[in-house]
Design a protein around this ligand. Structure first.
Ligand SMILES: Nc1ncnc2c1ncn2[C@@H]1O[C@H](COP(=O)(O)OP(=O)(O)OP(=O)(O)O)[C@@H](O)[C@H]1O
Length: 340
């Protein structure tokens, strides 16, 4: 393992913000630390960086305990939400900062700055003032600055959350490609599940300072460990079902779940798991809101009355549905998770 976090706790006075966390990151792997606001993500990242003293446990790199290694000697690159660029230096000056500290020769500095600007999609920006950059450009420069000294671990704390939604989505895709392409070992902190799943090979879900679940992206997405993790990952309806031969049967009909073991299972449905169709389980629209890609509906389903009263569902944006309208719903396996 490149990074091993073993039993790490961090206290602020009597409050334990991080509790006995175990985490590993392999060489070249991207791990996303995901969790609601206040769950301890930034505290854990700061503890790994050496910015926050740990009150228990150890942070190791290739087996070596980093307890006595100060922040600037850990060879970790850091990017925060607001980039924290030096406003009085231009783009070149910002990116070359770490290189100057490492006494890299001038011509080599210039070559690295050029290559890093190409890498983050800002070719030709070297002479720009920081004040003349958009938010997205500034974050790209912050990333280039962090990467310049070739850190062995990149630590990103909500790197995209100060950007607007569409830019954030685009930058997340760019960043994912960059990290994979250059095989940069990375820990990224985010509260945004989509961002985490776009960027990471593995995710660890943190709740009240504890890791509730860690695993490969598809397995966590399809198999959240408990209701809390599932709800955090977008599940809005929980339903008991019986599985046999990869098909789960519930009051909403059968759905393919190849990974389910035979017997009783708990299904977690994201809104996209239930789609309006010509046939299917009957219901009545309670409310609707427009989302970017679909209409999001709350539907009362009489067949479920004994268990859950209403479910979330989706319909095409073009569907002219209103409260009171009758609809039929079918299950889409893509939105279904097996909980627990
Ligand atoms: N310096 C501090 N002193 C005391 N309590 C703190 C300090 N920093 C953070 N906390 C508390 O520790 C808990 C975890 O905070 P942290 O910033 O790690 O959460 P987070 O998951 O990163 O949240 P967010 O997504 O909102 O940034 C919170 O309850 C917070 O109020």
């Amino acid at each position: 393992m490149a990074l091993s976090v073993e039993g790490v706790s961090v206290r602020y006075g009597s409050f334990e913000a991080v509790r006995e966390v175990d985490l590993d990151i392999a060489d070249g792997e991207v791990l996303a630390l995901l969790g609601p606001s206040g769950s301890g993500k930034s505290t854990l990242l700061r503890a790994i960086a050496g910015l926050e003293p740990v009150t228990g446990g150890s942070v190791r790199w290739d087996g070596d305990d980093l307890a006595r290694v100060p922040v600037h000697r850990r060879e970790f690159g850091l990017v925060f939400q607001d980039g924290q660029l030096f406003p009085h230096r231009d783009v070149r000056g910002n990116i070359a900062f770490g290189l100057r500290m490492h006494r890299v020769p001038k011509d080599e500095q210039a070559r690295r700055v050029g290559a890093l600007l190409d890498l983050v999609g800002l070719t030709g920006y070297a002479g720009r003032r920081i004040t003349e950059l958009s938010g997205g450009e500034a974050q790209r420069v912050a990333l280039a600055r962090a990467l310049a000294p070739k850190p062995r671990l990149l630590l990103l704390d909500e790197p995209l959350s100060s950007l607007d939604a569409s830019l954030r989505e685009q930058l997340a895709v760019d960043l994912a490609e960059l990290l994979r392409g250059a095989k940069i070992t990375t820990l990224v902190v985010t509260h945004d599940q989509e961002e985490a799943f776009t960027l990471a090979d593995r995710v660890a879900v943190l709740e009240r300072g504890e890791v509730r679940q860690a695993g490969a992206v598809p397995s966590v997405w399809r198999g959240p460990a408990d209701d809390t993790v599932a709800a955090f990952l977008g599940v809005t309806t929980f339903l008991d079902a019986q599985a046999a031969d990869g098909v789960a049967r519930s009051a909403l009909g059968p759905v393919d779940v190849p990974e389910a073991r035979d017997g009783a299972v708990r299904l977690g449905l994201r809104p996209t798991a239930l789609r309006v169709a010509p046939d299917g389980v009957a219901g009545e629209v309670v409310s609707r809101v427009h989302r970017r890609e679909h209409l999001r509906l709350v539907v009362r389903v009489p067949a479920l009355q004994s268990t859950v009263d209403t479910v979330d569902a989706v319909a095409p944006v073009s569907a002219d549905l209103r409260a009171g309208d009758p609809v039929h719903l079918v299950l889409d396996p893509d939105g279904v998770a097996i909980v627990g």
